[in-house]
Design a protein around this ligand. Structure first.
Ligand SMILES: [Zn+2]
Length: 427
């Protein structure tokens, strides 16, 4: 840095590959925002980072995870049937005994893992019910506060046990929305009958209207072709004028619906601008458990949703809990699983998979100023690859992660092939 020159920027990334640009670019940042992207930024900065011709992407987003449940697997007994119902039953035990500090500690581990993998914004569902009360919510609020410098966290007040079948939950959801919840959750298919599912959705919509909040529900997370709560949610969205503000997560029954019915619902979802989030890792593992072959895969019809112009995000859902024993909170891993699960393989489809953890997820989560251009937030991930398709294929190292213009994580990996003394090919 030339000490005589005026420092114009906080940070300049030099020699970056940026999607849509032929030449390498410099990215200049100040006040947490991108100010300039050009072939060469002629100014000084507080810090400079030579990113060595690696690809720089806007940081990833996590549109669907359950931070209150992560890391509970070692605390639970075995899920012997492997079904969702048994998983929920086992979870009750842990929900009753958890403390806010214990929830915050488990959530914190996964938040830091997510940041190391290039994610700086997370939308988490948090159980709100009469089993655990507001303890899970308060624990996640604590974790969000403790990690505010690394990651922005949106909290969805999620009635995991149902609302009608768990009296007192509607009041707890109201309380959750004033204690840190910013999005209204739901789980209508968990109610005993369809009228109760309708009432469940109406209650959620009323809370959303009162709080001027978006909605993000668990919808039809079952293999039952008779589960049709997405249809009810679409109606409620249009009636309330909440178009563009409602997200339907999971939507596993869509895989079991007859084709004609599915295509009608997708057309209506497009008219109501309902957004979708698929969670392929967990649902590939949980759904179709009782099927013979052919086995239902438990995914929404991703290609059809995209073809209808709908936003499709992709979430991790679970990390090492009673539903799912894996999960690294790594959105590049999740996007690769989506490619396999939804058969996204040609370049435009791979772009869609990448959008599901980037631009589409940003729109679903209501994030403005997402991208690599002046005026966008300086939340970036530098990936050790030439382009994002290679990054996805190779699950390439996230060399640096930048949050609001500050390097918040870095990972160095050294890999060597040893050829012995003879360095000739084949030696
Ligand atoms: Zn979920």
């Amino acid at each position: 840095m030339n000490s005589a020159a005026q420092v114009a920027f906080d940070l300049i990334l030099r020699q970056a590959r940026v999607e849509g640009r032929q030449a390498l670019a410099d990215i200049a940042i100040s006040g947490g925002m991108i100010r300039e992207v050009s072939d060469h930024v002629r100014a000084d900065s507080e810090h400079e980072l030579d990113v060595e011709k690696m690809i720089v992407s806007p940081a990833f987003l996590q549109p669907h995870i359950h931070l209150d449940k992560v890391g509970t697997l070692p605390l639970l007994g075995r899920n012997s049937s492997g079904t969702l119902a048994e998983a929920i039953e086992i979870l009750h035990r842990i929900k009753r005994s958890s403390t806010e500090d214990e929830v915050a500690a488990r959530a914190g581990v996964v938040i830091r893992q997510a940041v190391l993998s290039g994610t700086t914004r997370i939308r988490t569902h948090v159980d709100v019910d009469t089993v655990g009360g507001l303890v899970p919510l308060r624990g996640v609020v604590q974790a969000a506060r403790e990690h505010a410098d690394l990651c922005e966290i949106q909290i969805v007040a999620f009635p995991q046990e149902g609302i009608i079948r768990d009296p007192g939950t509607a009041e707890l959801m109201d309380a959750a929305m004033s204690e840190g919840g910013s999005v209204v959750g739901g789980m209508p298919h968990w109610e005993a009958e369809e009228p109760a599912a309708r009432e469940h959705i109406d209650i959620c919509m009323r809370i959303a209207q009162r709080c001027d909040a978006d909605i993000d529900m668990h919808v039809d997370e079952t293999d039952d072709p008779g589960s049709r709560t997405l249809d009810i949610l679409i109606d409620a969205t249009s009636r309330a004028g909440w178009q563009g503000r409602v997200t339907a997560g999971h939507c596993c029954a869509m895989a079991a619906w007859p084709d004609g019915y599915a295509s009608q619902v997708i057309t209506r979802a497009a008219a109501a601008r309902v957004n979708f989030v698929t969670n392929p890792a967990t649902n590939l593992l949980l759904q179709g458990r009782l099927d013979g072959e052919p086995r239902r895969r438990g995914l929404p019809r991703v290609k059809e949703l995209l073809a209808a112009g709908l936003l499709v995000g992709c979430g991790q859902d679970c990390v090492q809990d009673g539903f799912y024993p894996f999960g690294a909170a790594d959105q590049l891993q999740v996007a690769l699983i989506l490619c396999h699960a939804a058969q996204l393989s040609v370049p435009a489809e791979i772009d869609d998979a990448l959008a599901s953890i980037r631009h589409a997820a940003a729109r679903i989560m209501g994030v403005r100023g997402y991208g690599i251009e002046p005026g966008c937030a300086a939340d970036l991930v530098v990936v050790d690859a030439d382009d994002m398709h290679e990054a996805l294929r190779l699950q390439a190292n996230r060399r640096w992660v930048i949050r609001r213009g500050r390097v918040v994580a870095e990972t160095s990996i050294t890999r060597t092939v040893n050829r012995g003394n003879d360095q000739s090919p084949g030696g």
